[in-house]
Design a protein around this ligand. Structure first.
Ligand SMILES: [Zn+2]
Length: 333
């Protein structure tokens, strides 16, 4: 039985309304937020984070192959999406490369996926590049670049020298890993003095989450274990001796499709129908699905102007659906 199946054995009724410790602030003052896909999500009244009732349980996570899509190199086969993902990677690479030293540089990407971002950073800076990715289709894709050292072990089990990285990067991976406070602690200790921690996460304080709740794309209930509140990650990092550098809310690549797909979840009452088709081309072998795919694309086009408006308003008010946080370490911790 896969770990995913094991996790679904934790149905809502197991925990009822029982309060569990928040994985960020340890408070027991939490309330039930959603029951989605057999998982219970709780809201912490103290730090305003949201977490799955099993966010503290470390399991040898095994994602279904479908999760990584059926294209050769990427999670998505649909060319416009790959183009958008590459533009997002270019933008992050530019930001990071400008702010790390030119020689003897080390970068680690925790949850590096197919290694596409790390590859760009390595090519631009010639850094020593380490990627952590659990054994999966993604890790195999990343390992094809021999200039990257890919480690397929849980982050907490990886033995790495402290204070040795100019940039510790984690892009939409943090929320997948259990025991987030311990992971943040370990990631912080890996950063050199004057180095940076670059962390991209879904934003639980976003308008999209307020609007769509349990239908929000980024809730991704099977795989996202926790959502730290932006204010709490800032205060946590400051307490670890870091300085807050930026919170980038503008991310049309994540946020505009995120709005459209969340709206489709709401309208169809089913999660991620179009999203799964964009990942797995084989789903389109069925003529009915081809028709559905076209219909959902048309509906997406209709929703697009609303999604763009939401992104602009959210960016202006600092409530983007995803946020890239950058912190720099100004003293050894
Ligand atoms: Zn909390």
């Amino acid at each position: 039985m896969s770990t995913i199946d094991n996790l679904t054995l934790n149905p809502i009724q197991t925990f009822g309304n029982q309060s569990l410790n928040c994985p960020f602030c340890s408070s027991t003052n939490s309330k039930k937020q959603h029951g989605v896909a057999g998982f219970l999500f709780l809201y912490c009244n103290h730090c305003k984070s949201v977490f799955r009732s099993d966010a503290h349980v470390v399991v040898a996570f095994e994602y279904p192959e479908e999760y990584y899509g059926d294209a050769e190199k990427e999670k998505f086969w649909f060319a416009p999406i790959v183009w958008m993902l590459n533009s997002e990677r270019r933008s992050r690479t530019r930001y990071i490369a400008k702010r790390i030293p030119l020689a003897n540089t080390s970068v680690i990407d925790i949850g590096c996926g197919n290694g596409a971002l790390l590859t760009r950073i390595q090519q631009k800076t010639n850094c020593n590049a380490i990627g952590i990715e659990m054994d999966s289709v993604a890790a195999r894709r990343a390992s094809k670049n021999t200039k990257l050292s890919i480690i397929s072990k849980p982050f907490q089990e990886v033995d790495l020298p402290l204070h040795s990285f100019d940039a510790v990067v984690t892009i939409h991976s943090f929320e997948h890993i259990a025991q987030p406070q311990q992971n943040l602690e370990k990631a912080s200790r890996l950063v050199k003095t004057d180095g940076m921690l670059y962390i991209a996460i879904p934003n639980i304080a976003s308008f999209q989450y307020k609007l769509f709740g349990r239908y929000w794309l980024h809730l991704d209930p099977e795989f996202h274990l926790h959502f730290i509140h932006p204010d709490f990650i800032k205060s946590t990092m400051l307490s670890k001796g870091f300085m807050f550098r930026k919170a980038r809310h503008f991310n049309p690549v994540q946020n505009i499709p995120g709005f459209v797909l969340s709206a489709l979840n709401l309208v169809t009452g089913k999660r991620d129908v179009l999203f799964d088709m964009l990942r797995n081309r084989k789903k389109l072998r069925n003529p009915f699905n081809v028709l559905l795919f076209l219909l959902l694309l048309i509906l997406s086009a209709v929703l697009l102007p609303i999604a763009i408006t939401e992104e602009l308003v959210s960016v202006a008010l600092g409530r983007g659906a995803t946020v890239d946080f950058v912190f720099s370490k100004n003293k050894p911790v």
